[in-house]
Each structure stands twice: as structure tokens, then as C-alpha cells.
Design a binder for this molecule. Structure first.
Ligand SMILES: [Zn+2]
Length: 89
């Protein structure tokens, strides 16, 4: 069995364009909640970033080059944070 480098908590879905995207789960968020305000996430490759504005949308990812980096608040608005195993809203 090949272990995925991203870990098992990663959640994949398909967007309207049919592209595979990755939503973060609670396990992908920083442990320190003070860092949530500046946490960003690339929906294309599943990379997490620090120092991202909460309302950031479609910023370019430095890992994969796609314009798919969103701030945590935007992800929450879009319902793209997997809460299935977390106990927080
Ligand atoms: Zn990326």
C-alpha cells in the first residue's frame, strides 16, 4: 500500500468544472487558533499557507501555480472545510 504524502485527512471533491479539488479538514488547520486568521489553503494541491488574508480569494499558489488559494474565512463561507470529524462549527 502506498501511503499518500498528504495524509488521510485530505478530502477530495470535484468542482463545477470537473477538476479534482482538495478541501482541508480540521486536522489540516493550525493547532493554534490565533493562526487561523492568517491561514490559507490551495484547493488545487492541498498546500497550507501562513500569512494569507482571511478574505483572500483566488490567490496564486506558490506550489502549483494555480489561482486557487483561499483564506480560511472564505473556505468556511463556501463550506469547503471538512468538519465531519471535528466537534467545532
Ligand atoms: Zn497549489
Amino acid at each position: 500500500m502506498v501511503a499518500p504524502s498528504w495524509g488521510d485527512a485530505m478530502r477530495e471533491y470535484r468542482n463545477k468544472a470537473g477538476k479534482t479539488r482538495v478541501m482541508p479538514s480540521h486536522y489540516d488547520l493550525p493547532e493554534d487558533r490565533d493562526e487561523w486568521d492568517t491561514f490559507g489553503w490551495c484547493l488545487a494541491c492541498g498546500s497550507g499557507f501562513e500569512d494569507v488574508e482571511p478574505d483572500c480569494r483566488k490567490a496564486q499558489c506558490s506550489d502549483c501555480g494555480e489561482h486557487t488559494v483561499y483564506g480560511l474565512a472564505e473556505l468556511a463561507l463556501m463550506g469547503l472545510i471538512d468538519n465531519s470529524e471535528g466537534d467545532e462549527p
